[in-house]
Design a protein around this ligand. Sequence first.
Ligand code: BEZ
Ligand code: FE
Length: 272
Amino acid sequence: MITLENLTRAVIGSFEGVPEARRRELLQELVRALHGFARQTGLTHAEWRAAIAFLHRVGAMSNDSRSEFTLLSDVLGLSSLVDLVGSQPGATPGSVLGPFHTAGSTWFDNPADLVRDNTGERVCLEGQVLDTAGRPLPQATLDFWQNADNGLYWQVDPSQPQDNLRCRLRADDQGRYRIITIRPQPYCIPTDGPVWFDVVEPAGRTAWRPAHFHLIVEAPGHHSLITELFDEEDPHLATDAVFGVRDALVGRYVPGADGLPTMHVDFKLAAA
Ligand code: BEZ
Ligand code: FE
């Protein structure tokens, strides 16, 4: 018979038959953590029901181009924790994917110019993709996205063309990349959904994220890197709503050869 004392053991044991070891471990440790939480806090039936209703609202707000579930993970620091746990020694650290990555960006020639009709300060992001020993990775690819001068991503701003300020590109034979774009702006995480109303706002926390570029950098035989680059002049670096800032990801714009403010960042990928 089930009792308060043996329930957790019984549920963990019920997953013993999951054939795949990693899946079994994840399910059993999830049960252990959830039960530990409910036991420690004395979670009430009303609180449990409210949490389920909250998750329903989070699901109702999520779709292919906007994931309120990802946002929930971000504001709880879980996304950052996963990135840091998975960061490879000697490689560029990871940082949050965020809710605005959409797969399948258009391939641009390298150097890429994304400015088009965007207002804002023209800047350049450039550098090299390297292995952890500093050797160039000429087969690297970069998936890039950022917000527009009004702080918004195209998915939430009907005034922007679809796919504004995002691209994929291939590094050159020295692993080099160069993207001409506009300086991204500090940005508020979405404040129109349950994550804001039920989690972030009641804590008196800020909605601001410091300005950033997003990149996914990949090369054959190497761990993929999902990361962000921040602007050292940004006033929100210390209070990022989603805990994404790492020292190694803060860059500085300096005048480039062509006069454009240029942020130079090399990415290091670890061998898989
Ligand atoms: C972003 O980078 O745009 C973002 C990341 C996490 C939550 C919300 C927005
Ligand atoms: Fe972002």
